[in-house]
Write a protein that binds this ligand. Structure first.
Ligand code: 6R9
Length: 672
């Protein structure tokens, strides 16, 4: 099957029936439609028609209108080396200038750009002019250390004005950033530093989340001590808490010392439209994360267009995307999109449940937030929490400032959608259920809030110009009502450009020959509604799990487990979970005899912590079961589909005739 590597074929569309049932339709509220940038379905259809008629001209027009180019482009799409597509290739721009300098002359200079709220609810803010100055000083500091265009810089920082400034400072001097989420382990950080060949790490002493101080600098030290990071010349440390950290005088530098005395102006370095703005590592089907490489021009364009199209951003909005800058959502919808559009936004350091599960709603009320964008997993956990502690229920807060809600990261189940719509949005706010991926750069399938009638659990229709389709394994279109592979048949400006250091993996993973070699394979299953053609995403078709909206490869977790000296073999599967979407269940064979009882519990605990340390706490298996062996086919392949059934504690009804060792199933069922 397309998208699978080294695993046996499996059926994967098992849950489709439940998706087909949803009948409720919610029209966008009339007053929203009246004021929306894209108002009504006719406006949407007209844009689709324009894109259809003159595909390249459509994007070229928008790229001219939205981006400030230092050198205008004359080339539009270059497909001569497909699937290595190029957009606006001979144009030059600077992305940071587009996010900052343009606002110094368009009346936004004194407008608030970022409102930062710390974990303990201290609020500070910067205007566009102040942010511009901070970024320029930061960029001059980096320049003074010899960081230059084309260098890679790893950013391992908490949610902060400094973290966003770090990204923009890199963009200003043409350095390619690679943000690593602050929850990742030293080992994960080290791997990313090495793969990117980074010259510097930008970090903080600590991050503060949920009332706790968590080390960042110490983890950077640990990563660099592991060896292999020879390209790193400097570690720059933002002092968030001031608590003790080790300091290596030859290598480490405080951010405040670096920027002290720097000029508040920094000549931006123009880059070609295809210059890599950033690399962001994400999980794939093999153990090694993929360095998804994005462009400057096409990516920036998409971040702006989707802010306008999907979020209908207006000058007076107070916008809040709760994602961390360590994920793609934080790149496109915290750093680049909102700033390029001149929005005022909230940057939140903490977690949704601290000091209690009313934190989000309290913040919406205090900051009078009008656009709120979060993940289904957060919504589901807050539903649960508000049942346990009614004081944290949204009804206890004044949420009347909200006019639009968004959802991202995983399918939103209709029950969570309805709760969000009623209790948070007061039945007056459209919900943009935005389907997209690290690789797509920004939204690709989503309702337009002033146009598309919404159906809970469906991301509805593709954005204008996005040639999304559902096909079979051979790339043939499937009729509506039949589940298959989600693909995008035409290139679009913000699409992934390459996998850093691995062009072969890029073509194999995303543009497989079975589909013709130029069609983008998303890695998700999808089904379209028979009448409306609406898309519903049915989940990943590869060995990628979605835990609380975070992507993790089963192979990554397996290799972490077998890296432990006591483990002989491991297989990891996802198990449906009401709150986190999926949870991790690992089947483990030890080098010694199979443990039982308290012994099994103790070893399971040890292994769970091991994985948390090897990858990240997000990857910590919820459950570990021990066996003398794993269920395998005669050719030695692990039968994961059986493990998935066992993990769910369901009866095995599938064909097990190819199974080499059926007795093992009973053992794994028992093992808890
Ligand atoms: C933006 C982001 C991508 C995977 C994607 C899919 C799932 C994201 C979704 C959704 C259903 C939505 N996903 N949004 N599934 N409906 N609205 O999350 O990027 O971390 O790369 O994850 O997330 O499975 O393939 P990323």
């Amino acid at each position: 099957m397309v998208g699978k590597q080294d695993t046996e074929p499996e059926e994967n569309m098992s849950d489709i029936e439940s998706f087909k049932q949803e009948q409720r339709v919610f029209d966008p509220p009339a007053d929203f439609v009246a004021n929306a940038a894209i108002s009504g379905m006719d406006a949407y259809r007209a844009m689709c028609a324009e894109a259809e008629e003159d595909y390249e001209g459509f994007w070229a027009r928008l790229a001219q209108q939205n981006i400030q180019w230092t050198k205008p482009f004359t080339k539009r799409l270059d497909a001569s080396n497909a699937p290595f597509y190029k957009w606006f290739e001979d144009g030059e721009l600077n992305v940071a200038t587009n996010c900052l300098d343009r606002h110094l002359t368009n009346g936004n200079a004194d407008k608030t750009a970022l409102i930062f709220e710390s974990d303990d609810a201290k609020v500070s803010s910067v205007t566009y002019r102040e942010l511009y100055e901070r970024v320029c000083k930061f960029a001059n500091g980096l320049k003074s250390l010899g960081v230059q265009k084309g260098d890679r810089v790893v950013i391992y920082m908490p949610m902060s004005i400094e973290g966003i400034s770090a990204m923009l400072a890199c963009a200003r001097i043409g350095a390619t950033h690679s943000v690593v989420f602050g929850g990742f382990s030293a080992k994960s950080l080290q791997e990313r530093i090495i793969d990117a060949g980074a010259v510097a790490v930008l970090t903080a002493d600590y991050q503060v989340r949920g009332g706790r101080q968590l080390p960042l600098k110490a983890i950077v030290d640990e990563a660099l001590d592991m060896g292999g990071c020879d390209t790193i010349r400097k570690v720059i440390v933002y002092q968030r808490t001031g608590a003790d950290v080790n300091f290596n005088k030859d290598r480490d530098l405080w951010l405040h010392d670096l920027v002290d005395g720097q000029k508040a102006e920094c000549e931006p370095v123009p880059v070609g439209a295809e210059h890599p703005l950033f690399i962001l590592y994400t999980s794939g089907s093999t153990g090694k994360p993929k360095g998804v490489q994005h462009s400057s021009g096409g990516y920036l364009l998409w971040s702006m267009l989707t802010m306008k199209w999907s979020f209908d951003i207006k000058p007076e909005d107070i916008y809040w995307c709760t994602a961390d800058i360590g994920w793609i959502t934080g790149h496109t919808y915290v750093t680049y999109g909102p700033l390029a559009c001149g929005a005022t936004q909230i940057v939140f350091e903490g977690v949704p449940t601290y000091p209690n599960a009313g934190r989000f709603w309290d913040m919406v009320q205090r900051h009078k937030i009008s656009i709120f964008y979060t993940a289904p997993t957060a919504i589901r956990s807050l539903i649960k929490a508000s049942e346990a502690d009614p004081k944290t229920h949204p009804r206890e807060y004044d949420l009347s400032s909200l006019r639009l809600l968004g959802s991202v990261g995983e399918p939103i189940n209709p029950e969570a959608w309805m709760w969000y719509y009623k209790n948070v949005g007061g039945e007056r706010c459209p919900i943009a259920d935005t389907f997209w991926q690290t690789e797509t750069g920004g939204h690709v399938i989503t309702p337009l809030p002033g146009a598309t009638p919404m159906v809970p659990g469906s991301c509805t229709l593709p954005l204008p110009g996005i040639a999304a389709a559902v096909v079979d394994d051979a790339g043939h279109d499937l009729p509506n009502g039949k589940g298959g592979l989600l693909v995008i048949k035409k290139p679009w400006p913000s699409m992934i450009r390459n996998i850093w250091n691995d062009p072969e993996r890029f073509t194999k993973s995303y543009f497989p020959q079975e589909l013709g070699g130029t069609t983008y394979l998303a890695g998700d299953g999808a089904i379209r509604n028979e009448e409306t053609g609406y898309f519903t995403i049915t989940g990943r078709i590869d060995d990628v799990l979605n835990i609380s909206g975070h992507r993790l490869g089963t192979a990554e977790i397996e290799s972490a487990l077998v890296a432990n000296p006591i483990v002989a073999e491991a297989a990891v599967v996802g198990k449906p979970d009401d709150t986190t979407g999926e949870s991790i269940c690992a089947f483990v064979v030890l080098k010694r005899t199979r443990p039982e009882g308290d012994d099994a519990k103790a070893i399971a605990k040890e292994l769970r912590e091991w994985v948390a340390k090897e990858i990240s706490p997000i990857a910590r298996p919820r459950e570990i079961r021990f066996g003398d062996n794993l269920p395998k086919t005669r050719s030695g392949k692990i039968m994961r589909r059986l493990l998935r059934v066992i993990a769910k504690d369901e009866e095995i009804t599938q064909d097990i005739s190819t199974l080499e060792n059926p007795a093992i199933l009973e053992q794994l069922k028992q093992a808890q």
